[in-house]
Design a protein around this ligand. Structure first.
Ligand SMILES: [Zn+2]
Length: 338
C-alpha cells in the first residue's frame, strides 16, 4: 500500500484565529504551513482540540482546492504568491529549463536554489521585506534563495524534517521577538503529517500522532501568547498545500509501468515520476511518436502542451513540458516492473 498525492482534487484546509488590531499598532502574523494536512484531519479526532478551538473562536475554510499539479512546491508557491501555477511558474516538484539545460528538483539539488526558478512571481515574504517589514522564516523550503535580490530578515533553513522540538523552539523565538516588536511576520513549515502519511498511510497511528503534534504546538503558541499578553494582537493562520488519499499498488494492479509503453531513447531528458503524472521532453522529431505510444497507457490521459485544459491554470507555465501524462485516480505511474 502507498499513499500519494492524487492527481486533481483532494482538499486541504486553512484555519484562522484573527484578532482585531489594537489601537494604532499593526498586528503581527504567524502562519504555519502543515504539509499534507487534509481538510478533514483536524475535525475527526477529539484530541485535536486546538484546531477546534481556533475554528470556534476564529474562522475555518471548509476546504481549499489545490492547484494542478497537486504537489508540494507548486502549492507552497500558490499560497505565498496568490497566483496559479502557470502565473508563478513553479509548475512541479521537478521541472526542466530547456534554454539553460538545467533541472529543478525538490530537496537539496543545488540547481533548485538558483533564483530564476522562483522569480516568475513575488512571494509575500519578499513583498513584505521590500516594504520594510521584518519577516522570519523557519524551515521554509528555499527561504534562503535571494528572490529579486531580497532575503527575509531570517531564514532558518530546511535541513531534514523539522521536529516537534524545532517547532516549539521557533515558537519561543517568535513570541519573544513579537513581544519586543522586533519581527512583524513569521512563517513556519512542518512536514511530519505529509511524511508519515506517505510512509505509513493516511489512517496510520504515526500520521495521527503527527497531526496531534500540530494541535499541541498550536496550543503551546496560544499559551505563550497569553503569558506574554499578546493574545489580542497576533493573528495565527494554519494552511495546507494538499490532501492525501490511500491507493493500493503493486504487481496486482494500481501501478502502471511507463517503460512498458514508451522507448526512453525517444526522450531528451530523464523522466521524473511524480506518480500521479509524468512530464516528458521528447526529442523534437519524436514528439508525435511518443504521444501515439502514450495512447496505449491504461488509466491515463496524455496531453500535448497546447491541449492541456485551460481551467487547470497550468499550461502556460514557462516550464510546462511538451507532453504530460496524467493518471486517473487511483492509478499511479512509475518505472518499476515487478
Ligand atoms: Zn506537500
Amino acid at each position: 500500500m502507498a499513499v500519494v498525492h492524487p492527481s486533481i482534487a483532494l482538499l486541504s484546509m486553512i484555519v484562522f484565529s484573527l484578532s482585531p488590531p489594537a489601537s494604532g499598532v499593526p498586528n503581527r502574523l504567524v502562519a504555519f504551513l502543515i504539509d499534507g494536512l487534509r481538510w478533514d484531519y483536524p475535525f475527526s479526532d477529539p484530541e485535536l482540540s486546538e484546531f477546534q478551538a481556533m475554528a470556534r473562536e476564529g474562522a475555518r475554510a471548509r476546504y481549499v482546492t489545490p492547484d494542478f499539479p497537486v504537489k508540494s512546491y507548486p502549492n507552497y508557491y500558490t499560497i505565498m504568491t496568490g497566483l496559479h501555477t502557470e502565473s508563478h511558474g513553479m509548475t512541479g516538484n521537478y521541472m526542466h529549463d530547456v534554454m539553460r539545460n538545467t533541472s529543478f528538483l525538490l530537496g537539496y539539488n543545488p540547481e533548485s536554489y538558483e533564483p530564476y526558478w522562483w522569480e516568475g512571481a513575488e512571494p509575500i515574504w519578499i513583498t513584505a521585506t521590500k516594504q520594510e517589514r521584518k519577516v522570519n522564516m523557519y524551515y521554509w523550503p528555499t527561504c534562503e534563495v535571494p528572490i529579486f535580490n531580497t532575503l527575509p530578515n531570517k531564514c532558518e533553513p530546511y535541513a531534514g524534517y523539522p521536529t516537534y522540538n524545532n517547532i516549539t523552539d521557533s515558537i519561543d523565538e517568535i513570541v519573544q521577538l513579537f513581544s519586543e516588536r522586533a519581527v512583524d511576520m513569521a512563517f513556519v513549515y512542518f512536514e511530519d503529517v505529509d511524511r508519515l502519511g506517505h510512509a505509513h498511510g493516511v489512517e496510520s497511528q504515526q500520521r495521527l500522532e503527527a497531526t496531534r503534534d500540530v494541535s499541541r504546538f498550536l496550543e503551546y503558541l496560544r499559551e505563550n501568547l497569553g503569558r506574554t499578553g499578546q493574545s489580542d494582537d497576533v493573528n495565527v493562520v494554519v494552511m495546507s498545500d494538499h490532501g492525501m488519499a490511500t491507493v493500493e499498488y503493486g504487481p496486482s494492479g494500481g501501478y502502471v509501468s511507463l517503460s512498458s509503453f514508451i522507448d526512453h531513447n525517444d526522450l531528451d531528458n530523464p523522466v521524473f515520476y511524480e506518480t500521479s503524472y509524468v512530464s516528458m521532453w521528447p526529442k523534437e522529431e519524436r514528439l508525435d511518436k511518443v504521444y501515439a505510444d502514450l495512447q496505449r497507457v491504461p488509466h491515463s490521459v496524455a496531453y500535448k502542451k497546447e491541449d492541456i485544459p485551460e481551467g487547470w491554470h497550468y499550461k502556460n507555465g514557462k516550464y510546462v513540458p511538451p507532453l504530460l501524462l496524467v493518471m486517473t485516480f487511483p492509478y499511479l505511474i512509475g518505472k518499476a516492473v515487478w
